[in-house]
Design a protein around this ligand. Structure first.
Ligand code: NAD
Length: 801
């Protein structure tokens, strides 16, 4: 099978997963028909319809922009099975019951198009058994496709073939899942619970068992097993509450039923306290009480011994906190193991048991160790998987300690470590050539599928080959301009900032100017792309606040003028400049992006002009640019009755900046007017550099010229300011905003409306830039703004004053 074209997807089951998978598919512009059982009352597709309507109430939001829900159609199995013929891909996500799934597959079989693909989202049932319910001819077109909850945000999708699945179809589906759906795909075997849940749930079981052995409360365990262990913030027991304790118990029961000869089988049972909670209906977040509960202001936690809720105050001991801060993994593990502190011994024990379990089952569960590490990172939000953690801590030393604990009878199981673990010369499972496969005894390189060539910087596990560095063209303290990898070819230069969170300081401004000159003379395009998770958190508030405190307002004015010039340098470059956004693109970072020739943004990007949060307004050309865009849109929407009122285009921009709104996705940013129609949104952030380089190259090929200098444009002037001010006064007098919010809002109104000139006056770009810069510097003279800046610098949070 060659390329897979997915025009429409049928999703069967409008429950938690089905509805959210549908939402994510429309996020990536794939229309969906969402099926469920026919409703007993009301419209026949009522169940699916209610699920679609309910998407806007879920948090975090499954939909990337309002309005996308209308691309999901509601359907039911009674009337609409014929519509399966419209679907190139059908994903089944009905309740986890084999008999129900088999019934449904038998029912849909006759309606499937012969060239469609069918996939089940089961969490752990046998894929081969489910597939056998399909007509013979369709069985080669069936596999498992296991999304994680919530599917928009969790990276992992496990792809599980049956022995009959067509290999080329699986490649095509993987390509679609990676590029279009934006997921991290791990191929799994058809074993109970596949990879991530098999190991992830075992890790929870080992945590419960060892918490009991060491007498630690759930609150203490969560403080130990979340971010301190570089795992998800919800740690162990809050994760269980979120998943649902009934679901947890169900998964544990499935392990007990399907893995009878697992050496750890005796632990595959829900502890009494868990059964007790389920019996009294405390199922976790969905019933507002579980292991934790919050009846009032205080968080309570279940006390295992009494079965009562008590105040949740337990936390990591100072000694253990200190150990967990040791940077060398080998020293950290040695200290945990040597300590008498029960918390330290617990932390060693849960990792020992997990490593032990992972090693014993590697041959049967996963193709190689890299797949296990990536599955746990992407499916459970850990920053490192078990094998890479073990390897970083010193492979053989950890193996000796595991063996000692097995011999002493303190490990959870006495199953011997497989021989490959301690074979001479082994220093781990990940090497530059690839990762160890216990099944074949060989090292497996990364997937050769062409889709992965689009990832210049793939997510690497520790111990793998290093990321490419490219060749430096120029660097200073603030930036590095580089080239020389496959994505850049010889013609595109990449500009990456080197400051913390890529904030913009004087060295970055200086570096951009030099980089632009070099890009113009030696390259055909420049891409601004960052190696970290975020594009830029904006201007360097630290140096601004130092200048304010020293009273150097002329220096600040000069610095902001420099900022504005830099925005224009990006816009007016003689080669295309593409801003490649992911993570956060805020404040000054957003202003640079607004001035780039094109934006290429990953869907999950937070974009916003958030300066009002620190008592300022956009000063790097952001206000000018918004006013210019508003004027352009107003002029373009002239109706028969005359020009549209410019104010209608200013007001939404004013509101979003005044509220320091951050677009929650690139599509959301489009609706806020921060992305233009020609800007590109992609789904997989690892493909960002590849696409951005190609966009720059495409623009260069099309004979790039920077935009002609903007002509003078119309502003709202004094009338606009007065209208916005009236609004601000109402909010202030109603107690909804502070007096300082009013001051900042008024400055913003002036900057967006072009100052107190008559409505409709034509102003030029320089006028607008000077105005926003003057207003910006004036706000810095206000002590309340300085207080906001200092508070944000100290706490990372906004101050409401
Ligand atoms: P859910 O209970 O929220 O939804 C199940 C859906 O199945 C409902 O819409 C229901 O109307 C429908 N249904 C029930 N009985 C049916 C029948 N006999 N025939 C047809 N449809 C029927 O379940 P969910 O959490 O969305 O799980 C769906 C699938 O996804 C399961 O296989 C589950 O294991 C898997 N899964 C769940 C999660 C998770 O975290 N919830 C994560 C990954 C995979």
């Amino acid at each position: 099978m060659g390329k897979l074209i997915v025009r429409k997807v049928g999703v069967l089951g409008a429950g938690v997963m089905g509805a959210q998978i549908a939402a994510h598919l429309v996020n990536v512009r794939v229309p969906v028909i969402l099926f469920d059982l026919p409703a007993r009352e009301g419209p026949p597709s009522g169940i699916a319809r209610r699920a679609i309507d309910g998407l806007s109430r879920l948090s975090p939001p499954p939909l990337a922009a309002p309005g996308l829900a209308s691309y999901i159609e509601a359907a039911n199995y009674e009337e609409d099975l014929g519509r399966l013929a419209e679907c190139d891909l059908v994903i089944e996500a009905i309740a986890e019951r084999m008999d129900w799934k088999l019934d449904l597959y038998r029912r849909i079989g006759p309606h499937l198009r012969a060239d469609s693909i069918i996939a089940s989202n089961t969490s752990g049932l046998s894929i081969a058994t489910i597939g056998d319910a399909l007509p013979e001819a369709m069985r080669s077109r069936f596999c498992g496709v296991h999304f994680f909850n919530p599917p928009r945000y969790m990276t992992l999708v496990e792809l599980i073939p049956t022995p009959r699945t067509d290999a080329s179809l699986l490649d095509a589906l993987e390509t679609f899942l990676v590029t279009t759906v934006g997921k991290g795909v791990v191929r799994a075997r058809d074993t109970p619970n596949f990879i991530a849940n098999r190991y992830g749930i075992f890790s929870m079981i080992a945590t419960m068992e060892n918490a009991e052995r060491f007498g630690l409360g759930f609150d203490v365990v969560d403080d130990l097993t979340g971010t301190r262990l570089a795992r998800a913030k919800s740690a162990t027991f809050r994760t269980a509450d979120v998943v649902g304790l009934d679901t947890m118990a169900h998964v544990i029961r499935t392990m007990a039923e399907t893995l009878p000869s697992d050496p750890w089988h005796r632990y595959f049972r829900s502890p009494d306290w868990l059964q007790g909670l389920i019996e009294r209906g405390a199922l976790g977040q969905k019933t507002r009480a579980g292991i934790f509960s919050k009846p009032g202001k205080e968080i309570l936690v279940l006390d295992r011994a009494s079965g009562q809720y008590v105040a949740s105050t337990g936390a990591a001991s100072d000694a253990v906190k200190a150990i967990l801060k040791i940077s060398s993994a080998a020293d950290r593990f040695a200290a945990l193991r040597a300590s008498d502190d029960p918390q330290a011994r617990f932390l060693w024990a849960i990792q020992r048991d997990l490593f032990h379990y992972c090693a014993v089952h590697l041959a049967s569960v996963a193709d190689n160790a890299r797949d296990v590490d990536l599955a746990l990172r992407w499916g459970f939000g850990w920053s490192a998987g078990p094998f890479e953690t073990w390897q970083a801590a010193g492979w053989q030393q950890i193996a000796r300690w595991i063996n000692e604990d097995i011999a002493a009878g303190v490990a959870m199981s006495d199953a011997p470590l497989p021989a490959w673990v301690t074979e001479p010369g082994r220093t781990g499972v990940h090497t530059e050539a690839g990762s160890f496969s216990a099944l074949t005894g060989s090292v497996v390189a990364r997937s050769p599928l062409p889709v992965y060539r689009r990832q210049a910087f793939p997510p690497l596990v520790s111990g793998e080959q290093a990321a490419p560095r490219g060749e430096t063209v120029f660097e200073n303290a603030g930036v590095r301009l580089w080239t020389g990898i496959e994505a850049t070819g010889g013609d595109i230069a990449v500009l990456s900032f080197r400051t913390k969170m890529n904030i913009v300081d004087a060295t970055v401004l200086e570096g951009i100017a030099q980089a632009r000159a070099l890009a113009e003379s030696d390259f055909r395009g420049m891409v601004i792309w960052q190696t970290g998770d975020h594009f830029s958190l904006g201007a360097d508030l630290g140096s601004i606040s130092a200048l304010v405190e020293a009273g150097k307002f002329d220096d600040i004015d000069a610095m902001i003028a420099r900022f504005q010039q830099t925005s224009l340098l990006l816009r007016d470059a003689q080669v295309p400049v593409v801003a490649a956004l992911r993570g956060m693109a805020l404040g000054g970072g957003c202003e640079f992006a607004l001035h780039a020739s094109r934006i290429v943004a990953a869907l999950e990007t937070g974009i916003g002009l958030v300066e009002t949060g620190v008592g300022l307004i956009p000063g790097g050309g952001g206000c000018k640019e918004l006013a210019l865009r508003a004027a352009g849109e107003a002029a373009a929407t002239r109706s028969a009755s005359g020009a549209a009122w410019l104010f209608d285009f200013i007001r939404p921009r004013f509101e979003s900046v005044a509220l320091a709104t951050t677009a929650k996705s690139a599509e959301d940013a489009r609706s806020l007017g921060l992305l233009r129609a020609a800007d590109v949104v992609i789904t997989n952030p690892h493909e960002l550099l590849h696409v951005a380089c190609n966009v720059a190259r495409g623009l260069a090929d099309s004979g790039w010229r920077p935009p002609l200098p903007p002509q003078p444009f119309a502003v709202m002037g004094a009338n606009g300011i007065a209208t916005l001010q009236a609004h601000l006064v109402n909010l202030r007098d109603g107690g909804l905003i502070s007096a300082h919010d009013h001051t900042v809002g008024l400055a913003l109104a002036q900057a967006l409306c072009g100052g107190p000139v008559p409505e409709g006056s034509l102003v030029d770009e320089r006028w607008m830039l000077d105005l926003e810069r003057r207003l910006f510097v004036d706000l810095l003279r206000n002590p309340l703004t300085l207080a906001r800046i200092k508070h944000t610098l100290a706490t990372g949070k906004p101050l409401r004053n």
